[in-house]
Design a protein around this ligand. Structure first.
Ligand code: GLN
Length: 487
C-alpha cells in the first residue's frame, strides 16, 4: 500500500458516491489524516498508515456522525470511538467515511436507508441491489475506493453483499471482535465483519481486532482464548494440505437457478481437483433456521430499539409527542418500515403467550442446531460441553461449504416489487420462496445462530455468486489460511 495509491482512492470517492450512493457521511478530513499518518517519524511509525477503510454507519466514531441510516439518529455524534475503530486508528488506518446500510442493519438488499439504496458497482447499466445490510461497505470495496471495510453481520449482512459484489466477506466467530460501540440490532448475533478483495488484508485486520475487550460483556474472554491456543490449531498436524469438507444437503435446493448451480459446481470441482475430500452430510435443524432467527432476532431488536424515544436517544419530535396519548409515537414514527416490522414482531414474540409457545422453543432449537454443528466438526466447540457428550462424530469434517445466496442480485425495481408482494399468496411456492426478501439470507442465518466463523468467497472472479466456507467455533485462523489456499 503506497501513499500515492491511497491518495488515488480518496480522489475517486466523490465520483463513486454519485454513482453508487456508498456513504452516509464522507470524511472530508481523510486526506489530512492520511498525510499526518504518513509523515510520522519512524519512531511513531504505524504499520497501516497508507490503508484506507470504510466503516459501516452503525459503528460509532467520535469525529463523524453515526446514523444507522435512520431518520431517528439524524446528526447523532458519539462521544467515543467503537473499540474496533480505535484499534484501527492506532495502526494508522484512515477512515474515508461511514458507509450506507439497511436502517439499523435490518434488511438484505441495501435498500432500506434514509439516504436511498446503495447501487452495485458490478452493474453500471441496470441499477441493481448490492445486498445488505452492509451495502455501502461492500460497494466501497467493489468500487476500489477502500482497501477494506468493516460491516456487521447479524444474519448474513457481511456475507450476502460480499457475494453480490464478488468480493470476500468474513464473519468471525461471535465474540472475537468487540461489539463495544457497535449499535445493537440483536446482541446475541451481532458480529463485526471484514470485507475486502484481499485475503491478506482480511487476515491482517482480523489479527488487529481479535482481542478481548472488558467493555463488551460478550467479548470472548482470555480463558476461552487460551482454550483455542491449547487446541494447537497452528500445529502441522492441524494444518493439512487437504481437508475433509462437509456439504450439508440442507444447503442444496432444487429451486436454485441453473446459472447459480453451475458456478457452485465449478467451485466444488476446483476443490476436488486440489485433493480435498467432499463429504455429503445432513444437519437437519438448518431447515428451521429462518423461523428460529425471526423469533429471536426481532425480540432482541424490539428491546434494543426501545431506547430511541427522543429522550434518551433519537431526534425528538418537538411539537406533537405529548399530545393526545401519543408520547413517543411521533418520534418513533421516524423509523422506516423494515425497523417497524421487526419491532412489532419482536414485541409480539415477547408477549406472554408467544414467549411461552415460540420464544423459548426457538431458544431450545438454537441450542439443538449448535449441537448438530458440533457433531459433524472434527474440532470440539470450546464453548459447549459437546466434546464429551457427543459420541457420533462420524463425519469429523474440517469445514463446511454451501452457497451464500440462492440467486443473482436483482435489479432494484424488481427487488422492491418483491418486497411489496411478499404478503401476496402465490401458487408457486418455490417462486414465492425466492421472491421474499426474508429468504435472501436463508443460507447465511444458520451460522449466525451458531456463532460460527464463515467467509463468503466468489465462486469465480467477478461472478456475483458466493460460496460460504464455515469453520468450527474459534477456528477462524485455519479458515482464513484455507481460504487463501483455494483462491
Ligand atoms: N437480513 C437479515 C435481517 O434483516 C440480516 C441482517 C443482518 O445481518 N444485519 O435481519
Amino acid at each position: 500500500m503506497s501513499y500515492k495509491s491511497a491518495i488515488e482512492k480518496l480522489k475517486l470517492i466523490p465520483q463513486s458516491q454519485k454513482k453508487y450512493n456508498i456513504f452516509c457521511y464522507i470524511n472530508n478530513d481523510a486526506t489530512k489524516s492520511l498525510k499526518h499518518n504518513s509523515s510520522l517519524s519512524h519512531l511513531k511509525y504505524k504499520p497501516l498508515q497508507n490503508v484506507i477503510c470504510g466503516i459501516k454507519d452503525n459503528i460509532v466514531t467520535k469525529d463523524m456522525p453515526t446514523t444507522c441510516a435512520s431518520e431517528i439518529l439524524s446528526g447523532y455524534v458519539s462521544p467515543f470511538d467503537a473499540t474496533c475503530v480505535k484499534l484501527l486508528r492506532d495502526q494508522g488506518v484512515t477512515i474515508s467515511g461511514k458507509t450506507n446500510l439497511d436502517e439499523f442493519g435490518m434488511g438484505s438488499g441495501g435498500v432500506h436507508s434514509k439516504i436511498g439504496p446503495t447501487l452495485n458497482p458490478l452493474y453500471d447499466d441496470i441499477p441493481t441491489i448490492v445486498g445488505g445490510s452492509s451495502s455501502g461497505s461492500a460497494a466501497a470495496v467493489a468500487a476500489n475506493i477502500v482497501d477494506f471495510s468493516l460491516g456487521t453481520d447479524t444474519g448474513g449482512s457481511v456475507r450476502l453483499p460480499a457475494a453480490y459484489t464478488s468480493i470476500l466477506g468474513f464473519k468471525p466467530s461471535y465474540g472475537r471482535i468487540s461489539r463495544h460501540g457497535v449499535i445493537a440490532y440483536a446482541q446475541s448475533f451481532d458480529t463485526v465483519g471484514i470485507l475486502s478483495k484481499d485475503i491478506q488484508m482480511i487476515k491482517k485486520i482480523f489479527n488487529i481486532l481479535d482481542k478481548h475487550d472488558f467493555k463488551d460483556p460478550t467479548s470472548l474472554d482470555d480463558d476461552n482464548r487460551q482454550k483455542l491456543i491449547d487446541l494447537k490449531l497452528h500445529n502441522s498436524e492441524m494444518q493439512s494440505h487437504t481437508y475433509r469438507i462437509g456439504l450439508p444437503i440442507e444447503f442444496i435446493n432444487k429451486a436454485t437457478p441453473n446459472n447459480v448451480s453451475e458456478l457452485f459446481n465449478g467451485f466444488v470441482e476446483r476443490l476436488l481437483s486440489m485433493g480435498h475430500e467432499l463429504v455429503p452430510l445432513s444437519i437437519p435443524s438448518i431447515k428451521y433456521s429462518l423461523p428460529i432467527y425471526y423469533t429471536l432476532v426481532p425480540s432482541e431488536a424490539a428491546s434494543n430499539l426501545s431506547r430511541y424515544d427522543g429522550i434518551r436517544f433519537g431526534t425528538r419530535d418537538k411539537d406533537t409527542d405529548i399530545e393526545g396519548n401519543t408520547l413517543f409515537a411521533s418520534t418513533r414514527n421516524k423509523f422506516g418500515t423494515s425497523v417497524k416490522e421487526r419491532v412489532i414482531l419482536g414485541n409480539y414474540n415477547l408477549c406472554s403467550d408467544s414467549y411461552k409457545n415460540n420464544y423459548i422453543k426457538a431458544q431450545k432449537m438454537r441450542v439443538q442446531l449448535i449441537d448438530e454443528f458440533d457433531s459433524i466438526f472434527k474440532l470440539p466447540n470450546i464453548l459447549t460441553q459437546n466434546a464429551k457428550n457427543l459420541q457420533y462424530k462420524t463425519h469429523a469434517v474440517d469445514f463446511i461449504i454451501g452457497l451464500t445466496s440462492a440467486k443473482f442480485p436483482e435489479p432494484i425495481h424488481k427487488f422492491n416489487k418483491n418486497i411489496i408482494n411478499t404478503n401476496e399468496e402465490s401458487n408457486d411456492d418455490e417462486a414465492a420462496l425466492f421472491a421474499n426478501e426474508f429468504m435472501n439470507d436463508i443460507y447465511t442465518i444458520p451460522m449466525s445462530l451458531s456463532g460460527l466463523p464463515t467467509i463468503s468467497i466468489p465462486t469465480k472472479d467477478g461472478a456475483p455468486v458466493g460460496v460460504q466456507v464455515v469453520g468450527q467455533y474459534g477456528d477462524d485462523e485455519r479458515l482464513l489460511t484455507f481460504t487463501e489456499s483455494i483462491l
